[in-house]
Design a protein around this ligand. Structure first.
Ligand code: FAD
Ligand code: NAP
Ligand code: FMN
Length: 1013
C-alpha cells in the first residue's frame, strides 16, 4: 500500500468515527426534541387544565366565602391572593412554550412557529426590534423634513408614504411576534400601528389635487412630529433598558434603584406633554379632514376615510402612554426583587406588569372628554358643522406648489406673468397678458411671486421659447407691493445669480404724482439685465394719474408682435373670447355652505378668529359716527370702531383697511337690466384645473352677493371687459364701438377716454346707454375686477385709544357728464353705518396695514405736520400721542400743525380738539389756511412761507421731522416745492442743492408722506 493511501485511510477512519458520534448526538437531540415536544405539549395541557381548575376553585372560593371562621377566612384570603397571581405565572410560562399564531400572523406568515425558546433569543429579538424602529424613525424624520421644507413633488410624497406603509406593516408583524413571545406590548399600540399603516396607504392613494395639497403639509408636519417623539421615546427606552440591566450588576456598576427611578420619572415627565400633544394633533387632523370632507368640492373618499382613521387613532394613541406605564411597572419590580443581571436584562421585554398610574380606560375617557371639549370649543357658535377649511374657500391661492418650473412643464405653459400688486390692477394686467398668450399661439400663466420660488428664474431656459413677464406696481416711497417684497429682497441679495437663460420684459404700474414714479418696475427691469437676463421688449411705464389702461394697451400692442418675432412664431389671429371659468348653477345646496360676503373663510363673520388680516378681516363695531363739518354740501365724517377683544394692535400713522359693500340699489338695477334672478346660487369654476385660483371670488355664492361684496361695479370698466362683452351686443354698431375702444388706435383710445372715462360710466351706465348689449351675468361676473378694500389713515393714538380706531373721511359724490350722480362705494357705505341700525350694532370688516409714517423715536424732536382736509387724519393720532407723552411727564418737542380747509365756519374739522390741544401746549403752533374765505386762495404752503424762518430753524437746527398727508396730486407736490424754496432762500442753496437736501431728509426718514389721489 502506498504511503499516500495509508494517510487517506487513517483520515477516513477518524472521519467515520466523528460521523458516528455526530449521528449518535443527533439521535439524542431528536430524542430530546421529542421529549421537549412532549414536555411542551404536556406543559401546555397542564397549563390549560390548571387554568380550568383554577377557575373552578375560584368559584368554590367565592361560594365558600360566606361565614367562615377567622382562621378559615385567613386561609381563604391566602388562596385568593395566590389565585390572583397565578395567571401571571402561566403567562410567563407560556412565553417559553410554542403558541398558535394569532389570526394576523397566520394570515401574514402562515402557520410557522414564531416562538423563541430562550431568554437570550427573545431579548435579542426585542433589541433588534428597537434598533429597527429607531433607524426607520430617523429615516422617516429625514424624509418628512425634506418633503416638508425643501421639495414638493407628488412622487417623493408617494415614496415617503410607501415607506410609512412598509414601516407600519413591518412593525405590526414584529409586534405580533413579540406578543406571541410574551411581550406585554398593548393591543392598542399594535392597533395604532395597523391604523397608521392604513392611513399612510390612504395618503399614498390620494390623487394629486387641491385637497391633497391642502392636507399634505399638515400630514407631513404630523409625521415629522411623530418621528421626533419616537426618537425621544427610543432614547428614553434605551436608557431604561440600560439601567435595568445595570441594576442587575449593581456591585460593579455605581447605580442605585433610586437613581434608576429618578431617571425614569424625569424621562416620563418630559415625554408626557409631547405624547399628549401628538395625541390631540390626531384629533385636529381628524377635524380638518372632516371639514374638508364637508366641502361641496370634495369628491375624494380619502378625506372621509382619513377623518375616521385619525379619529380612531386619537384614543388609540393612549397606548403609547401604556407602554411607558409598563416600564414604570418594571422599575417597581427592579426595586422590589433582587434581580441578577441576566434576569433584569432578559426579562425586560417580556416582564410582568404592575398596576399603571392610569389605566387604559382612564386614558380613553380622559381623551374622549378632552376631545369633546375641543370639539365643543370649536363648534360652539355654530348650529351645524360648517366647513371652515380656510384655504379651500378663499379665491386666493390655495396650494403651496412653489415650483413654477414644474408647474409650467406639467401644464405645457411657456409664458409666466408675475405680478406685484396691492389693489389688483397689476394682477388684472398679468391675467390679461397670460390670456393673450393663447391668441399668439403660446400658453401663459399668471403667478404671484410670493407663492413661488423665484430662485428658479434661472431654470426657465429649460422650457422652450419661455418668457417671464413682470407687472410690477410701486407703493410708498418707491417700495414694492407686499407680495413682491420677497422677490425684491431676493433680487437685491443675489449678486451672483446667473440669469443668462432668462427672457423677460417688465410693465411697471405707478403714478406720476408720486416722488418715486414706477420705481419698482424700473428696478426689476434694470436688475434682471444686470444679472444677465435678456430683455426682449422695452420696459412699459403705466401712469395711474393719466390713463393707465391706455398705457398698458399701447405697450401690449407692440409687445406681442415683438415676442412673436423673437420666438419666430406666428400669431394665430384667433381673437375669439376665451372663458376662464365655467358656470355651475347649484339648485340643491346647503345654504350654510354658501358665501355671503366673507372675504376668506366661510362663516368667518359669524365665528371670528384672530389673527386678522386682508384674508380674515375683523368685524369691528361702530361706536360713533358723526358729521364733522358744520356747513357746505359735502359730508365729512368721524367714525369710531371698537376692536376690543380682537387682539389687533396699531400705531399712530398706520392705515385701517375696510371692506365696503356696493349700494344695493345698483345691484338690483343690474339684476333688472340683465333680467336675472340674483338669488340663484352659483359657482364659477376655473377651467384650468392646475390654476391656483379656483374661483374668481369666493364660491359658491349668489349673484347678489358677488355683485354686492366681491365685484367692482362702480369704476369705469377696463378695455378688456368691453372687448369681451362686445360679442353680446346685438347692434353691430355697438359691437364695433366696443371693440374699437379696446384697440390701441388713436380713434379707439379717444372714444374710450371720452365715452367711458371722462363720462365716468360704470358698467350699469354702459348697459343703460347701450340697450343692445345684454351679456350673460356669469360672464360679466367673470370679467369685473374684485372690489378692493379702502385704506384710511388712522385718526387716533393707540396709547389713548387702545381699543378703538378712528377714521376721518370725506364722502365721495359727484355729478357725471351724463347727468348721473356717482357715489363713492366705501364712504357712502360708511356714512350709513349708524351706531345702531334697526336695533342691531353696525359693523365694519377691517384689518390694519402697518406703515412707515411714524412719530420720531425721540419725543423731544420737533414735528412739522402738514395735512389739509382729510389729510389731518393721522395727525389727530400724532397729537393725541404727543399729549399722552406730555401727561406721562415726558419732555416733548415742538409740535407744529398746518391745516387747511375751505371755510372757517364750514369745514374747519376738529376745531375744538385742535384749539384745546393748542391751549394745552400739545400743539405749539396751529396754522390754519382757509382757502375760500377771501378772494385769493390761501393754502398751507402759503402759511409755511410766512413762517419760513421758524420752519427752517426747526428743520436745519433742531432736527425736526416733517410729515405731509392728504392729496398726492397737487397738495403734496406744492408743499414739497415750498420746502425747496425755503431751503433755497434760507439755506442759500441752488434748486438742485435744495432738492438734494429735501431728498436726503426723505432718505433719513425725516420727511414722510402719507398721500393718496
Ligand atoms: C394710504 C391711503 C390712506 C387714505 N386715507 C384716507 C383718509 O384718511 N380719509 C379719506 O377720506 N380717504 C383716505 N384715503 C382714500 C380712501 O381710501 C378712498 O379712496 C376714498 O375714501 C374714496 O373711497 P370710496 O369707495 O368712497 O370711493 P370710490 O368708489 O373708490 O370712488 C372714488 C373714485 O371716484 C372717482 N372720483 C371721485 N371724485 C370724482 C369727481 N369729482 N369726478 C370724477 N371722478 C371722481 C375717482 O376715480 C376716485 O378714484 C386714503 C387712501 C390711501 C391709499
Ligand atoms: N380718490 C378719492 O376718491 C378721494 C376721496 C377723497 C379725497 N381725495 C383727495 O384727498 C384730498 C383731500 O380731500 P378733502 O376733501 O379732505 O380736502 P378738501 O377739503 O378738498 O381740501 C382741503 C383744503 O386743501 C386745499 N387745497 C386744494 N388744492 C391745494 C393745493 N394744491 N395745495 C394745498 N392746499 C390745497 C383746498 O382748497 P380749495 O378746495 O379751496 O382749492 C382746501 O382748502 C383731495 O384733494 C382729493 O384729491 C380723493
Ligand atoms: C398709497 C399709494 C402709494 C403709491 N405710491 C406710488 C409710488 O411711490 N410710485 C408710483 O409710481 N406709484 C405709486 N402709487 C400708484 C400705484 O402704483 C398705482 O396706482 C398702481 O396702478 C397700483 O397697482 P395695483 O392695483 O396693482 O396695486 C401709489 C398708490 C397708492 C394708493
Amino acid at each position: 500500500m502506498s504511503k499516500g493511501l495509508t494517510v487517506i485511510l487513517e483520515e477516513w477512519k477518524c472521519l467515520e468515527e466523528e460521523y458516528q458520534q455526530l449521528q449518535e448526538k443527533h439521535q439524542m437531540y431528536l430524542q430530546k426534541l421529542n421529549e421537549i415536544s412532549k414536555l411542551q405539549n404536556s406543559c401546555s395541557s397542564s397549563i390549560s387544565s390548571q387554568r380550568r381548575k383554577l377557575k373552578e376553585v375560584s368559584h368554590l372560593v367565592k361560594r365558600c366565602s360566606t361565614g367562615p371562621s377567622e382562621e378559615d377566612a385567613k386561609t381563604l384570603d391566602e388562596i385568593k391572593e395566590k389565585i390572583k397571581t397565578r395567571p401571571n405565572a402561566f403567562f410567563e410560562m407560556e412565553a417559553f412554550l410554542p403558541q398558535k399564531n394569532g389570526l394576523y400572523l397566520s394570515l401574514v406568515l402562515g402557520n410557522v412557529n414564531v416562538t423563541l425558546l430562550s431568554k437570550q433569543s427573545k431579548f435579542a429579538y426585542k433589541d433588534e426590534y428597537e434598533k429597527f424602529k429607531l433607524c426607520l424613525t430617523v429615516l422617516l424624520l429625514l424624509c418628512s423634513f425634506i418633503c416638508y421644507f425643501f421639495v414638493s413633488y407628488r412622487f417623493l410624497d408617494a415614496i415617503l408614504n410607501f415607506l410609512l406603509v412598509w414601516y407600519y406593516c413591518t412593525l405590526t408583524i414584529r409586534e405580533s411576534i413579540l406578543i406571541t413571545n410574551g411581550s406585554r406590548i398593548k393591543g392598542w399600540w399594535v392597533f395604532h400601528h395597523y391604523v397608521s399603516a392604513f392611513l399612510s396607504g390612504v395618503m399614498l392613494t390620494w390623487p394629486d389635487g387641491i385637497l391633497y395639497k391642502t392636507f399634505r403639509n399638515q400630514f407631513l408636519a404630523y409625521t415629522l412630529y411623530q418621528s421626533f417623539v419616537q426618537c425621544l421615546q427610543c432614547y428614553y427606552q434605551s436608557g431604561c433598558l440600560y439601567r435595568l440591566r445595570a441594576l442587575g450588576e449593581r456591585h460593579n456598576m455605581d447605580l442605585t434603584v433610586e437613581g434608576f427611578q429618578s431617571w425614569m420619572w424625569k424621562g416620563l415627565t418630559f415625554l408626557l406633554p409631547f405624547l399628549f400633544f401628538g395625541h390631540f394633533w390626531q384629533l385636529f387632523n381628524s377635524l380638518c379632514l372632516f371639514r374638508m370632507a364637508q366641502l361641496p368640492d370634495c369628491k375624494e373618499w380619502q378625506a372621509r376615510l382619513g377623518t375616521t382613521l385619525h379619529g380612531v387613532k386619537f384614543p388609540s394613541a393612549s397606548s403609547k402612554q401604556c407602554e411607558r406605564d409598563t416600564q414604570r411597572g418594571e422599575a417597581k419590580r427592579a426595586d422590589t426583587t433582587e434581580m441578577d443581571a441576566e434576569t433584569a436584562a432578559n426579562s425586560e421585554p417580556m416582564v410582568g406588569e404592575e398596576e399603571p398610574l392610569f389605566g387604559n380606560l382612564d386614558l380613553f375617557l380622559f381623551s374622549l372628554i378632552a376631545g369633546l371639549l375641543v370639539y365643543w370649543f370649536m363648534s360652539r357658535k355654530k348650529p351645524e358643522p360648517i366647513p371652515e377649511f380656510k384655504k379651500l374657500e378663499t379665491p386666493a391661492p390655495t396650494t403651496k406648489e412653489t415650483s413654477f418650473i414644474e408647474k409650467m412643464k406639467k401644464t405645457g405653459k411657456n409664458i409666466i406673468v408675475f405680478y406685484g400688486s396691492q389693489t389688483g390692477t397689476g394682477e388684472e394686467f398679468a391675467n390679461r397678458l397670460s390670456k393673450d398668450a393663447q391668441r399668439y399661439g403660446m400658453k401663459g400663466m399668471a403667478a404671484d411671486p410670493e407663492e413661488y420660488d423665484m430662485g428658479e428664474l434661472s431654470r426657465l431656459s429649460e422650457i422652450e421659447n419661455s418668457l417671464a413677464i413682470f407687472c410690477m406696481a410701486t407703493y410708498g416711497e418707491g417700495d414694492p407691493t407686499d407680495n413682491a417684497q420677497d422677490f425684491y429682497d431676493w433680487l437685491q441679495e443675489n449678486d451672483d445669480e446667473d440669469l443668462s437663460g432668462l427672457n423677460y420684459t417688465v410693465f411697471a404700474l405707478g403714478n406720476k404724482t408720486y416722488e418715486h414714479y414706477n420705481a419698482m418696475g424700473k428696478y426689476v427691469d434694470k436688475r434682471l439685465e444686470e444679472l444677465g437676463a435678456k430683455r426682449i421688449f422695452d420696459l412699459g411705464l403705466g401712469d395711474d394719474d393719466g390713463n393707465l389702461e391706455e398705457d398698458f394697451i399701447s405697450w401690449r400692442e407692440q409687445f406681442w408682435p415683438a415676442v412673436c418675432e423673437h420666438f419666430g412664431v406666428e400669431a394665430s389671429g384667433d381673437d375669439s373670447s376665451i372663458r376662464q371659468y365655467e358656470l355651475k348653477e347649484l339648485t340643491d345646496v346647503n345654504m350654510n355652505k354658501v358665501f355671503t360676503g366673507e372675504i376668506g373663510r366661510l362663516k368667518s363673520f359669524e365665528v371670528q378668529k384672530p389673527p386678522y388680516d386682508s384674508k380674515n378681516p375683523f368685524l369691528a363695531t361702530v361706536t360713533l359716527n358723526r358729521r364733522l363739518n358744520k356747513g357746505g354740501d359735502r359730508h365729512l365724517m368721524h367714525l369710531e370702531v371698537d376692536i376690543t377683544g380682537s387682539r389687533i394692535r396699531y400705531e399712530s400713522g398706520d392705515h385701517v383697511a375696510v371692506f365696503p359693500t356696493n349700494d344695493s340699489a345698483l345691484v338690483n338695477k343690474l339684476g333688472q337690466i340683465l333680467a336675472v334672478d340674483l338669488d340663484v346660487v352659483i359657482s364659477l369654476n376655473n377651467l384650468d384645473e392646475e390654476s391656483n385660483k379656483r374661483h374668481p371670488f369666493p364660491c359658491p355664492t349668489t349673484y347678489r352677493t358677488a355683485l354686492t361684496h366681491y365685484l367692482d361695479i362702480t369704476h369705469p370698466p377696463r378695455t378688456n371687459v368691453l372687448y369681451e362683452l362686445a360679442q353680446y351686443a346685438s347692434d353691430p354698431k355697438d359691437q364695433e364701438n366696443m371693440r374699437k375702444m379696446a384697440s390701441s388706435s388713436p380713434e379707439g383710445k379717444a372714444l374710450y377716454q371720452g365715452w367711458v372715462l371722462d363720462a365716468c360710466r360704470n358698467i350699469l351706465a354702459i348697459l343703460e346707454d347701450m340697450p343692445s348689449l345684454r351679456p350673460p351675468i356669469d360672464h360679466l361676473c367673470e370679467l369685473l375686477p374684485r372690489l378692493q378694500a379702502r385704506y384710511y389713515s388712522i385718526a387716533s393714538s393707540s396709547k389713548v385709544h387702545p381699543n378703538s380706531i378712528h377714521i376721518c373721511a370725506v364722502v365721495v359724490e359727484y355729478n357725471t357728464k351724463t347727468g348721473r350722480v356717482n357715489k363713492g362705494v366705501a364712504t357712502n357705505w360708511l356714512k350709513n353705518k349708524l351706531v345702531t341700525d334697526n336695533g342691531h350694532k353696525s359693523t365694519v370688516p377691517m384689518y390694519i396695514r402697518k406703515s412707515q409714517f411714524r412719530l420720531p423715536f425721540k419725543a423731544t424732536n420737533p414735528v412739522i405736520m402738514i395735512g389739509p382736509g382729510t389729510g389731518i387724519a393721522p395727525f389727530m393720532g400724532f397729537i393725541q400721542e404727543r399729549g399722552w407723552l406730555k401727561q406721562q411727564g415726558k419732555e416733548v418737542g415742538e409740535t407744529v400743525l398746518y391745516f387747511g380747509c375751505r371755510h372757517k365756519d364750514e369745514d374747519f374739522i376738529y376745531q375744538e380738539e385742535l384749539q384745546d390741544a393748542e391751549k394745552n401746549e400739545v400743539i405749539t403752533q396751529l396754522n390754519v389756511a382757509f382757502s375760500r374765505d377771501q378772494e385769493q386762495k390761501v393754502y398751507v404752503q402759503h402759511m409755511m412761507k410766512t413762517n419760513k424762518e421758524h420752519i427752517w430753524k426747526l428743520i436745519h437746527s433742531d432736527n425736526a421731522h416733517i410729515y405731509v398727508c392728504g392729496d398726492a396730486r397737487n397738495m403734496a407736490k406744492d408743499v414739497q416745492l415750498a420746502f425747496y424754496e425755503i431751503a433755497e432762500e434760507l439755506g442759500g442753496m441752488t434748486r438742485t442743492q435744495a432738492t438734494d437736501y429735501i431728498k436726503k431728509l426723505m432718505t433719513k426718514g425725516r420727511y414722510s408722506q402719507d398721500v393718496w389721489s
